[in-house]
Design a protein. Sequence first.
Length: 538
Amino acid sequence: MRRQRRHHGTTPRTTRLLGSLLLVMAAGSVMVGAAPAQRESARDTTPVPLDRVIPAPASVDPGGSPYRITEDTRIRVDGSREARRVGEYLADVLRPSTGYRLPVTDHGRGGIRLRIAEGPYGSEGYRLHSGRSGVTLTAAGPAGLFHGVQTLRQLLPAAVEEDSEQPGPWLVAGGTVTDTPRFGWRGAMLDVSRHFFSVDEVKRYIDQIALYKINKLHLHLSDDQGWRIAVDSWPRLATYGGSTEVGGGPGGYYTKADYKEIVRYASSRHLEVVPEIDMPGHTNAALASYADLNCDGVAPPLYTGTKVGFSSLCVGKEITYDFVDDVVRETAALTPGRYLHIGGDEAHSTPHEDFVTFMDRVQPIVAKYGKTVVGWHQLTGAEPAEGALVQYWGLDRTSDAEKERVAEAARNGTGLILSPADRAYLDMKYDKNTPLGLSWAGYVEVRRSYDWDPGTYLPGVPASAVRGVEAPLWTETLSESGELEYMAFPRLPGIAELGWSPAAARDWEDYRVRLAAQAPRWDALGMGYYRSPQVPWS
Ligand code: TNX
């Protein structure tokens, strides 16, 4: 699954990408054709410096001999099942390209050792020590080990990501990385409503975001154009409401088994899935599926355009809350994670008073089913429930009054997730020539998306209220994996770094060099990306 290739579309852009991919592959096969000794000496055998990693580690102490992975290397795990699982994952990454056996075992000496132990790592941090006799990753739990494994991948040559045997050598620079995240919420959102994405496409994206230590996958499961999750008590939501998408394609939806598979796969990559049911606006697919949900009792047609703000659940009807209760109950039951996102954005067809009434009734339903409310920041126009988080998606030009309303909520205890649209929205065009994406929030080049500080971004917000960052990927204009990749890369790693690395580590000049070094990895993984002129690609 990890190595599925990009789905090749037929647009000129994908053809171009495909062209350069073929060139890269052709160059690769010339290398493979050379004699082994010649191959090795032709390669740069200097190991990747310990600090050439994204997100930048909290602390790096280079020195000592490098470790070399050889055919005798073992992946040693302590007795725990959790460490073993991370060890197996690491072996799956390393085996195809190294061609080594890399047994995962709990005995022997040296090699790559994964250990769970007490230490100042928090639930997601880790320590990586590398020297002549081995690499040791230590963490308080499996999430920390998993993130440490992502660092280890980036310390190996890019060819480690290939799915066929490569010449090596496989050196890890000597020294110690001690790393722990700045924020607990480092999210990526995927809109599967405007265009539907299959379970395999979602898994592919999961693997790509996990590389950068993203730990939340927010799935935008319902909108005007499509309802994407099966709800047994309201079956037409998926079977009818999910039957199309922007542009009139066939759409689709996740059965409960599909959805559980996404949740399982995400959790194997230490990502928590946050399902979003967007309400009371963005609900045309639901309103089209059940006439009773409409104030006038008439179901509108399905919608395949890209306008927003025209639909609303009927706040005055009791059946609306039966519907919400059923949907939240069934969605919560599929969700091992703590959060349930209830949307709340762009409810332009819901009168303000109704919006407040709706949120007053709906937030307790989320709590009743054991979940914590997340909403877009318009939720601060009503009263966010105790413990709720709001996701800010305003921009520089958002009014001071609106920013202050969000800041006030933050001062009153509401947690913030920052997704400023003119920085963090992965669906914004990079510049006027970008063939995909939207531009309502302006163009967002790579530097602009990286060069801001979530901790001080919104005036009047206490630092403790900022829970982290999230990069949303809306899909009005995107319909296949290659297109998602082209918009997410190279911006997503920057948002991931803002969420993980200490504020003092942010340095554009240094970052752009580290970012350029990622491209050969993306090539090896068959991923598409935008070759921004701001980045010194080699
Ligand atoms: C705004 S952001 C929206 C979405 C659109 C997106 C396109 C937000 C909470 N609402 O409905 O898809 O812009 O960029």
